[in-house]
Design a protein around this ligand. Structure first.
Ligand code: FER
Length: 247
């Protein structure tokens, strides 16, 4: 199905919990940079939420997966308006009791920012290996392992997979302050991060766990950015935390 964000079609998958509950919480689940909603770690986390008794709405963000837009034109502002539209959609569904936000990497950064904006609507927040360093990296001139002049942003950067990312991505990221969002959102938070993450430093989640008023951090020893080694430990951490929230 597609959910519209002001005319932009967002490809989305809504699944109901395995226990067949008529009313239940809903988790909005967001992939990372260059990712999409069918990645193995996204599907595995979705399945775990369904087993805990939550519905899951996972969606491809602007310029990713099967949604409208192009990768090179994507920015975090676009992802944020996408997420706000998905929150609106979720709130209109009669079966939804509570709303949770979960996102991986750039999606983890995006759900932190969205939780700051919509702190009154969000029952819990689950950032997975959140790429919280992107805004400061954009201000310092280090992104994607490359250096640039942050005062004269290049018209394009080349991403890891060879795709072009426009300078507007950087200009947008330079304006974002995830620390403010972490202070505005005071509800429960679960951070999950592998200590051998090659793309996002574990320190991002260590710092975030201190800054949030009400956060737990689960470090997955020996795991990488997309949990290629211990995905079972990630899903268990997420499931255990969610079951406690729902008691
Ligand atoms: C970067 C490091 C990580 C970056 C993006 C990411 C745009 C995002 C990773 C992900 O979402 O998986 O320097 O720059």
């Amino acid at each position: 199905m597609f959910i519209l964000d002001d005319g932009i079609r967002l490809s989305a998958q809504l699944d109901m919990p395995e226990n067949g509950a008529e009313k239940c919480p809903l988790v909005l689940l967001i992939h990372g940079f260059t990712g999409y909603k069918e990645e193995p770690h996204i599907r595995a986390v979705a399945k775990e939420f369904l087993q805990t008794g939550c519905a899951v709405l996972r969606a491809d963000m602007y310029g990713h997966g099967q949604s409208d837009g192009t990768f090179e034109n994507h920015t975090l502002y676009k992802w944020l308006t996408n997420i706000l539209s998905l929150i609106e959609y979720a709130r209109k569904q009669d079966f939804v009791t509570d709303l949770y936000l979960c996102g991986h990497s750039q999606g983890g950064l995006a759900v932190i920012l969205a939780a700051g904006m919509a702190h009154d609507l969000i029952r819990g927040l689950i950032p997975l290996s959140p790429a919280i360093m992107i805004p400061e990296g954009a201000r310092q001139g280090t992104l994607l392992g490359q250096q640039f002049d942050p005062e004269h942003v290049p018209d394009q950067l080349i991403s890891w997979d060879g795709r072009i990312l426009k300078g507007n991505y950087v200009r947008v990221a330079q304006t974002l302050y995830p620390e403010q969002a972490m202070e505005r959102y005071t509800g429960p938070v679960l951070l999950v991060h592998g200590d051998e993450d090659e793309a996002v430093p574990l320190q991002c989640s260590v710092d975030a766990a201190k800054r949030f008023a009400n956060a737990e951090l689960r470090i997955i020893e020996g795991d990488d950015h997309c949990y290629g080694r211990h995905l079972d430990q990630v899903t268990r951490a997420v499931g255990d935390w969610m079951r406690r929230q729902m008691q």
